[in-house]
Write a protein that binds this ligand. Structure first.
Ligand SMILES: *[C@@H]1O[C@H](CO)[C@@H](O)[C@H](O)[C@H]1NC(C)=O
Ligand SMILES: *[C@@H]1O[C@H](CO)[C@@H](O)[C@H](O)[C@H]1NC(C)=O
Ligand SMILES: *[C@@H]1O[C@H](CO)[C@@H](O)[C@H](O)[C@H]1NC(C)=O
Ligand SMILES: *[C@@H]1O[C@H](CO)[C@@H](O)[C@H](O)[C@H]1NC(C)=O
Ligand SMILES: *[C@@H]1O[C@H](CO)[C@@H](O)[C@H](O)[C@H]1NC(C)=O
Ligand SMILES: *[C@@H]1O[C@H](CO)[C@@H](O)[C@H](O)[C@H]1NC(C)=O
Ligand SMILES: *[C@@H]1O[C@H](CO)[C@@H](O)[C@H](O)[C@H]1NC(C)=O
Ligand SMILES: *[C@@H]1O[C@H](CO)[C@@H](O)[C@H](O)[C@H]1NC(C)=O
Length: 439
């Protein structure tokens, strides 16, 4: 994994003009690295771990959805689970680099802070200590970003599915950008959470999280960035870094066809909802009810796009149609992969070196835009080095939530090799096929 080297090369910068991105001419370019499986971890464990984490996130959404004011975002546990994208940024003065999960499915920016003597998880970078930074301040009591309003200076217990993290809020100067000093921007006064106790976390890959959701606490909102984009390299490519661009000049310059679809209005939500009206496999439109992905007035249902979830999760009605269509095209023996992989439709390849059969692309029909997923974006090969067998699985799942929240999630496995632009100002998502390793 490349992060440590990258961090060492992140130069200490002097703040020249601390322009917020809203007024800054250039986009900030940040490299994203994918968390890869420990070499000793088999592919099956890899997916199982990713799914396990996705379930935690889902539980967190449930909590967020049930909160009375509807504005609390759910944090995601940084774990050693592969499939997450980490961005390097630096906190404080002097800037202390750290790695954080880049997550469009949550809001809060947070990192662990010293003193953290009791319940802190192991992190890959030195612990940030507010008292060693000349730019730390406690969040002012009258800040609209206070999680404890109208009370002030509280410790806020951010709970999620099977754990929690305990934060107090401060403001700091953050440094963004890649290892090229000319690309770096320092922005003062960003509200963030300092965590000094957590439970249910097991991380050595990340030291925190950067929420890129729609709520007021997210990095996007606090920077006033009108748009941002990312391009995620394929899972099999363990060498390349992905790219996140934040700011007015984030754009899709790709020569390919750019498609755009409006976000579905959801005033009280931090998520980016999309209007998915149907799914085709090859040229066959699947018989999915048109309202299967509708966001309902009570806030349930809908489909969100999320950089922090790995495997796409569909409501069961739609999932069963996708599953049946894939099953009907593949003549290989099926195997119940769920025990080994957590994925429920898997095929057995004759040997670990067999190439999977060719499959047509799957098209997600969004309002005004078709997103074409080549087979590699919806089927996943999982080889097990301990046996000469290999599984080939549908990299999608049905929602197992029975409590009614049942939001469908477009995960990052399906977003590989696509340049995706979130235009917050224009309320649209645009995307174009791209070779992300060369962006
Ligand atoms: C966390 O920080 C708060 C505020 O400084 C302090 O009251 C609390 O004791 C700390 N908890 C731990 C476990 O260090
Ligand atoms: C918050 O309080 C400070 C000091 O009391 C004041 O200078 C500032 O204008 C206030 N901000 C808002 C948004 O009310
Ligand atoms: C945070 O909330 C969780 C779940 O309610 C609870 O188990 C945990 O003890 C709380 N942590 C703190 C520090 O209060
Ligand atoms: C964290 O994960 C590692 C590797 O998967 C495991 O060996 C360790 O027991 C886990 N630690 C905790 C506290 O769960
Ligand atoms: C990644 O880099 C290693 C070592 O440089 C090389 O052997 C491997 O082929 C590369 N993999 C890809 C997918 O480019
Ligand atoms: C797109 O073009 C603009 C203007 O030439 C440039 O600033 C930006 O970095 C380019 N974006 C990408 C992803 O190449
Ligand atoms: C979703 O798209 C369809 C087809 O374009 C349109 O009829 C419908 O009104 C859209 N729904 C929302 C909530 O925007
Ligand atoms: C999810 O799909 C599996 C297998 O296709 C099925 O057995 C299960 O009942 C479904 N779960 C839900 C919650 O619909």
């Amino acid at each position: 994994m490349s992060p440590p080297t990258q961090m060492a090369s992140l130069a200490v910068l002097v703040c020249l003009v601390c322009a917020a991105l809203a007024s800054d001419a250039a986009a900030v370019r940040v490299e994203l690295t994918r968390v890869h499986a420990d070499p000793s971890v088999t592919a099956s464990q890899f997916v199982r771990a990713a799914l396990h984490r996705d379930m935690h996130r889902h539980n967190a959404r449930k909590l967020a959805a049930s909160s009375s004011d509807g504005t609390v975002s759910a944090p995601v546990s940084p774990t050693t689970v592969p499939g997450e994208f980490l961005m390097t940024l630096a906190i404080g003065t002097p800037p202390l680099p750290f790695l954080a999960i880049a997550d469009t499915g949550s809001d809060l920016i947070w990192t662990q802070c010293a003193p953290c003597s009791r319940q802190c998880f192991q992190q890959p970078t030195p612990l940030y200590n507010p008292s060693s930074s000349t730019t730390f301040s406690a969040l002012p009591c009258n800040s609209s970003l206070g999680l404890c309003a109208p009370a002030c200076a509280c410790m806020y217990n951010m709970t999620y599915g099977s754990g929690w993290t305990y934060v107090f809020q401060g403001t700091e100067t953050f440094t963004f950008g890649s290892s090229t000093p000319a690309d770096q921007v320092r922005v003062p006064g960003i509200a963030f959470g300092c965590s000094n106790a957590s439970s249910g976390f097991n991380a050595s890959s990340a030291s925190g999280l950067v929420g890129l959701g729609r709520g007021s606490l997210s990095l996007v909102s606090q920077l006033g960035a009108p748009k941002f984009s990312y391009c995620l390299t394929p899972y099999q490519d363990t060498n390349s870094t992905s790219t996140l661009l934040l700011g007015p000049s984030a754009s899709l310059n790709d020569t390919g066809v750019v498609s755009s679809t409006p976000f579905v209005a959801s005033p009280s939500s931090i998520y980016y909802y999309l209007n998915l009206t149907g799914i085709s496999l090859g040229t066959t439109a699947l018989p999915i009810p048109p309202n299967a992905f509708s966001l309902k007035a009570d806030g349930t249902g809908g489909l969100i796009i999320d950089s922090g979830t790995t495997i796409t999760m569909l409501g069961n009605t739609a999932y069963q149609q996708v599953r049946a269509a894939v099953l009907s095209l593949v003549t290989l023996p099926t195997t119940d992969g769920s025990a080994a992989t957590g994925l429920d439709l898997c095929f057995e390849l004759p040997s670990s070196t067999s190439a999977p059969p060719s499959m047509p692309s799957m098209t997600l029909h969004f309002d005004g835009a078709d997103m074409v997923l080549p087979a590699d974006n919806y089927m996943m090969s999982l080889s097990d080095p301990d046996s000469d067998s290999s599984l080939w699985c549908l990299a999608m799942q049905n929602q197992t939530d029975t409590d009614g929240v049942v939001v469908s999630i477009l995960g990052n496995y399906q977003q590989q090799n696509m340049h995706i632009l979130y235009d917050v100002g224009k309320e649209t998502l645009s995307f174009a096929p791209a070779k992300c390793s060369t962006l």
